[in-house]
Design a protein around this ligand. Structure first.
Ligand code: ATP
Length: 713
């Protein structure tokens, strides 16, 4: 009912006002109708404006004032244009019929606008969105500063951009000249001059456009490379907690997709937007200089082109994102299946897995078809709008040629310019939304660039001589990804220099966590870890990692030779040092037994070596850095008793080396100088093997008992 009430009130008011004001004005301006029309428009606007603001309007008439303004302005504007374009004298419109027609058109327009506007108009921005926009601007400025290193190439590119534009602008103009010369009395000199200029501008524009594109792409690749290096450096120095809480896929996507998108923002999008903007201005200047009436006519299609482009951007971007997501999902599925192919075969699930992959491909296909259909409809609509504009232009152009306002050559130039103008408007609209996305991508990249690792690496202490006494003093620690339960609670112990310490206890007791703290993967939540009386964080990061070496449960080897793996991270280790480390780790015999000895390739992740061989190589790698503390976290679990014994003997022979051993096989730890028993994050027992077995109700005793039973001993 709101709709009917609003519509009839405004209609009746408008008709009455038009009738009254036209009668009054007409009596004063009987011969000059144009000013009369504008005065009527003004009167109506004020009265209707005041009244309609008080009316209750339907939701889809976005603003009463805008509605009234459009309704009052359209008739005098139309009559004025008609007078100038066709020299027809203006008419005072018939009251009721005219009102009904104009209201109906306007209401239909409002309704249509209401339907499409949610997709093409930015929603009213909240406080959060406003700060987001501010952040986008800041990000953009920051990006410009990253491009500083390329200023020479970018300036060159902008010079060529301007040259190419200037030259391109003159080509249709001289084409029109040639047609004019050919269609009038032929003058050879004029014809040759026009042809010369046309060729000159064509060649110059092509050369300049080539140089412009080349320089922009060159700067784009340089910027992408720089951003990737910066981002990689920022990511790799992050603390372990960061990698535990961030998916690897997210990081790689930032590194590959977002950096490329961000670089495009400067060298790509700005380049294209500027080119289109300047060309648009140039093209329209030429068009106006040929005929302003025809130019006005071409503007009629602009709102439609704008709306179509906006709608297309909205749907297309959404679909492109969905296609990308489903492609990523599908490759994840393929990767997962191929990585666990043994399990797939053993459960006879090859058929099911193939079907799962096929379904994911089917989903991609469906989305791609939909995306292509949207693209086809878009092209159809754009081309139809263009065609209709050109038909209208040709009709009106023919009148102008007949009346002698323009020549046929100028008409050809005009059509050529007009064809270009549409492309540029579409590009500008597209690029504006693309820039918002680039700013979003930049935000994600900067988030990583700006992140300060939770574990600081700013320590500078690096003494020449170190005694090597490690001490846990009242250490409590909670994992950032599991805040509820502390993994270690009030732990205190000392690792004297040159001693062997064993950490034992039931699974989940906190052994590996102690090692992670010693390696400074995390800092303790409370308490301190000291090395020779100084907290670990005061030591230089590289120094500390040379002094504390870890051989983890599942050692990671890198593809490359045995030699490269032992010397990993050591820039100036000699071959002798590497061989000595291999001997100490009892690895030399098997290394020399391989075809190429130290130059043998270990394969991806050390895939060409057995588990025990991998462990020995990992121990050799740790020993090559000449550490003060060697941590063996289940590092000999795949070795036979004899080899394990050999390695231990050789390690004990290294002067000043402290050993921290974590092992479930209790025979490995029996000879330790001290055994620390951890349970539920607490240090529950402490002593030598002999001391601990005496406590029959103790955790160590039970562990040993269980272990002996398990081995049938
Ligand atoms: N990265 C992590 N994030 C959150 N919680 C963790 C993490 N690593 C270990 N924990 C938790 O901390 C506690 C101690 O684990 P830790 O790995 O140190 O025990 P452990 O004695 O080495 O066990 P295992 O002998 O099975 O290796 C456990 O409750 C475990 O679930």
């Amino acid at each position: 009912m709101t709709f009917l009430w609003f519509y009839f009130t405004v209609l009746i008011l408008d008709s009455s006002l038009t009738y009254i004001s036209s009668s009054i004005v007409y009596t004063h301006f009987p011969y000059d109708l144009q000013p009369a029309l504008w005065i009527v428009c003004l009167i109506k606007f004020f009265v209707l404006g005041i009244v309609s603001c008080k009316l209750y309007r339907p939701a889809w008439v976005s603003s009463s004032l805008l509605y009234i303004l459009t309704m009052c302005l359209t008739p005098p504007l139309y009559q004025t244009l008609r007078l100038h374009l066709t020299s027809h004298s203006p008419e005072l419109y018939s009251i009721l019929s005219h009102s009904i027609v104009s209201h109906l058109t306007l209401l239909t327009a409002c309704l249509l606008w209401d339907l499409v506007s949610p997709h093409i108009l930015p929603k009213e921005s909240s406080e959060e969105e406003k700060t987001g926009q501010k952040k986008n601007r800041e990000n953009f400025i920051r990006l410009v500063t990253y491009s500083k290193a390329d200023w020479l190439f970018l300036s060159g590119a902008f010079v060529f951009l301007s040259l190419a534009l200037i030259c391109e602008m003159f080509i249709p103009f001289y084409m029109g000249r040639v047609i004019d010369i050919l269609s009038s009395k032929y003058k050879e000199t004029e014809f040759l001059v026009a042809i010369f200029y046309m060729s000159f501008f064509s060649i110059s524009s092509s050369v300049s456009a080539g140089c412009r594109g080349g320089l922009f792409i060159f700067s784009l690749y340089r910027l992408t490379r720089r951003l990737r290096i910066l981002l990689f450096r920022a990511v790799i120095k992050q603390d372990i907690a960061f990698f535990e809480t961030t998916k690897t896929g997210d990081i790689t996507s930032r590194l590959s997709n977002d950096t490329a998108r961000v670089s495009r923002a400067i060298a790509g999008n700005v380049n294209i937007t500027l080119r289109s903007l300047v060309k648009c201005i140039g093209v329209y200047s030429f068009m106006i200089s040929i005929s302003w009436q025809l130019t006005l006519l071409t503007f009629l299609s602009s709102p439609f082109t704008w709306i179509i482009q906006k709608l297309y951007n909205h749907y297309h971007e959404d679909l492109v994102q969905k296609v990308q997501d489903s492609v990523a999902r599908s490759s994840d599925i393929a990767k997962e299946i191929l990585e666990s192919v043994r399990t797939v075969h053993s459960f006879n699930a090859a058929g099911d897995e193939a079907k799962r992959y096929e379904d994911s491909l089917q989903e991609i296909h469906k989305l791609q078809s939909y995306r292509d259909m949207v693209q086809a409809v878009y092209l159809l609509l754009i081309r139809t709008t263009n065609l209709l504009t050109q038909v209208a232009m040709l009709f009106y152009g023919q009148i102008l040629i007949e009346q002698g306002f323009i020549s046929s050559g100028q008409m050809v130039s005009f059509i050529l310019y007009q064809m270009e103008s549409g492309d540029h408007i579409r590009t500008i609209v597209y690029m504006l939304s693309e820039m918002t996305h680039s700013a979003g991508a930049a935000q994600k990249v900067f988030q990583y660039l700006d992140r300060e690792p939770l574990v600081s690496t700013s320590g500078s202490h690096s003494p020449d001589k170190l005694r090597g006494c490690f001490e846990f003093r009242n250490v409590t620690f909670t994992y950032p990804s599991r805040q509820e339960i502390p993994a270690l609670q009030d732990i205190s112990f000392t690792l004297p220099p040159g001693s062997i310490t064993a950490l034992v206890g039931p699974s989940g007791g906190g052994k590996t966590t102690c090692v992670s703290l010693l390696e400074r993967f995390y800092d303790p939540s409370t308490g301190e870890i000291l090395l020779d009386g100084k907290p670990l964080h005061q030591y230089k990061h590289q120094y500390l990692h040379a002094k504390v070496a870890l051989v983890a449960q599942e050692p990671v080897l890198f593809s490359g030779s045995v030699k490269e793996n032992i010397g990993y991270g050591l820039k100036d280790a000699s071959m002798n040092e590497l061989q000595r480390a291999a001997r100490r780790a009892n690895a030399e015999t098997f290394i020399l037994g391989m075809e190429k000895g130290y130059d043998t390739d270990v394969g991806e992740n050390g895939g060409q070596l057995g588990a025990g061989q991998k462990q020995r190589l990992a121990i050799a790698r740790a020993l090559a850095r000449d550490p003060q503390l060697l941590i063996l976290d289940e590092a000999s679990s795949c070795l036979d008793a004899e080899t394990e014994h050999e390695i231990q003997k050789s390690l004990q022979g290294i002067d000043g080396l402290s050993l921290l051993i974590i092992a479930h096989r209790l025979r490995t730890v029996q000879k330790a100088d001290q055994i620390l028993v951890l349970e539920g994050g607490r240090l529950v027992e402490h002593g030598t093997h002999g001391e601990l077995v005496k406590t029959e109700e103790g955790v160590y005793y039970k562990l040993l008992h269980g272990h002996l039973l398990q081995n049938g001993d």
